[in-house]
Design a protein around this ligand. Structure first.
Ligand SMILES: Cc1cc2nc3c(=O)[nH]c(=O)nc-3n(C[C@H](O)[C@H](O)[C@H](O)COP(=O)(O)OP(=O)(O)OC[C@H]3O[C@@H](n4cnc5c(N)ncnc54)[C@H](O)[C@@H]3O)c2cc1C
Length: 413
């Protein structure tokens, strides 16, 4: 491949890094531009005493990125849900905390996603199988992997895939030790060694017109960058509460809310390196509906803390809360699947990657899968342009494009 042919990747989160590595492994020259001063996007881990993750925590073992990262030696050290802590997995059901979920939820979770209909909402389908109480509990449990205030209203096939994977035994979830930032660092180092040019603290305001471009940003940023108002999909809105508390024997490991969507997890149970010795780091994730505020979500998370972490207020050493709107990936309403989301190939050598585009998978797996697909399409375009040009050195240009990479409209962030 002509070394002057270059793929541009906009965005240095999981999708952008996956795309950059895939392009470089195929022999293309790749430049990745990231607006923030560090890579990772939502997969960044906070600096300082409390290593909180805003976005991903769980890396699912049966997911596509597992094998891909492993093949490249990038998985690194991973923490498993500790067996002794598993005993402190609690369910908020019928107003109190319980050690076991309703049997109907477990029965539903065994059903294959392929057997759940796309056109029917989960509540209707699951109620017919297991009754309304089990259906509601199952929908709320699945919220841990879809972050929507009303999971039962979504496509049954979509919810069932998440329910099955979140409830799998033994658990599928693993946790990159030290937070996802460590995994991002390994991916960035790997990309660097492949020759990917990585530029941080540069916001791209105009799509470069020479060579294929992979826009690996959030959907809202892609909409602005590509000036395409059609780039939209349904997402969730979730209140996040991070707290560090002094450790106490008997604290819950997980509190899964089955009365309403919500989840608390003590992430230091599996990875003590996330907080100073003797302290426990807990994150609450509570999806909130259109009529609800961040404060409503935080109040529900605090109620779950009251139940699972007695005396937590007096033990709190640090806390912060936030609202994640449209940052938790795509959700599919009845009658739609991932195939109906904004397509990866935008035409004219522009490709989209991210967690709300037309690619399969759960949460960040969509970013990963779309990153690979976008890079494969970009590489194919470069090859076709090279073949069309015979042996002459060439740069594939979109109409009106410039062959000068310095023609990028860049703004130092
Ligand atoms: C609360 C929460 C919990 C989650 N839990 C999980 C989980 O347990 N497991 C899981 O797999 N996933 C989880 N996710 C989803 C996961 O975080 C995302 O799917 C994934 O991180 C998205 O990666 P991305 O690369 O597509 O997008 P991003 O991480 O958003 O990266 C996009 C990058 O593009 C950059 N950018 C934007 N505009 C420009 C521009 N104009 N020029 C240059 N750069 C630009 C941004 O700065 C950013 O770095 C969770 C998300 C949230 C919010």
């Amino acid at each position: 491949m002509n070394p002057r042919n270059r793929i541009t990747v906009v965005g240095g989160g999981l999708a952008g890094l996956t795309a950059a590595i895939t392009g470089a492994e195929s022999g293309a020259a790749v430049t990745l531009w990231e607006a923030h001063h560090t890579l990772g996007g939502r997969a960044r881990t906070a600096e300082g005493a409390y290593r909180t993750n805003e976005g991903p925590h769980a890396l699912y073992r049966r997911g596509p990125h597992w094998a891909w990262l492993k093949q490249r030696g990038l998985l690194g050290p991973l923490a498993s849900p500790p067996a002794r802590e598993g005993a402190r997995f609690r369910f908020h059901h019928g107003g109190s905390l319980r050690a076991t979920p309703p049997l109907g939820l477990l029965r539903l979770a065994r059903r294959k996603a392929e057997h759940a209909p796309v056109d029917t909402d989960f509540m209707t389908w699951a109620t017919a199988l297991a009754g309304p109480a089990a259906a509601r509990a199952a929908a709320h449990f699945a919220a841990v992997a879809l972050f929507h205030h009303d999971p039962g209203s979504l496509s049954a096939a979509f919810v069932q895939e998440r329910l099955r994977r979140a409830a799998a035994l033994p658990p599928e979830a693993r946790y990159p030790t030290g937070g996802w930032g460590e995994l991002i660092d390994r991916m960035a180092g790997y990309a660097w060694n492949l020759g990917v040019r990585i530029e941080t603290a540069v916001r791209i305001d105009t799509v470069p017109e020479d060579g294929p471009v992979i826009v690996a940003t959030s959907m809202s940023a892609a909409r602005r960058l590509l000036k395409d108002d059609g780039l939209r999909w349904t997402g969730g809105r979730t209140a996040l509460l991070d707290i560090a508390v002094r450790g106490r024997r008997g604290d819950a490991f997980v509190v899964s809310d089955l009365d309403a969507p919500g989840w608390l997890e003590r992430f230091t149970a599996q990875d003590p390196s996330l907080a100073p010795a003797g302290e426990q780091l807990v994150q609450g994730q509570v999806p909130v509906g259109p009529g609800e505020s961040r404060a409503d979500g935080v109040a529900r998370a605090e109620h779950l803390l009251d139940l699972g972490f007695p005396g937590w207020r007096a033990r709190t050493l640090w806390r912060r809360d936030s609202l994640a709107t449209g940052r938790t990936g795509a959700v599919d309403p009845p009658g739609t699947t991932w195939r109906d989301r904004p397509r990866i190939d935008r035409g004219d050598g522009v490709y989209l990657a991210g967690d709300e585009v037309a690619a399969p998978g759960v949460l960040s797996e969509v970013s990963f899968n779309s990153g690979i697909e976008a890079a494969s399409l970009a590489v194919r375009r470069l090859k076709q342009a090279e073949e069309a040009a015979g042996s002459r050195p060439s740069r594939p240009s979109r109409p009106g494009g410039t062959a000068d990479p310095a023609g990028l409209d860049l703004k130092r962030a």
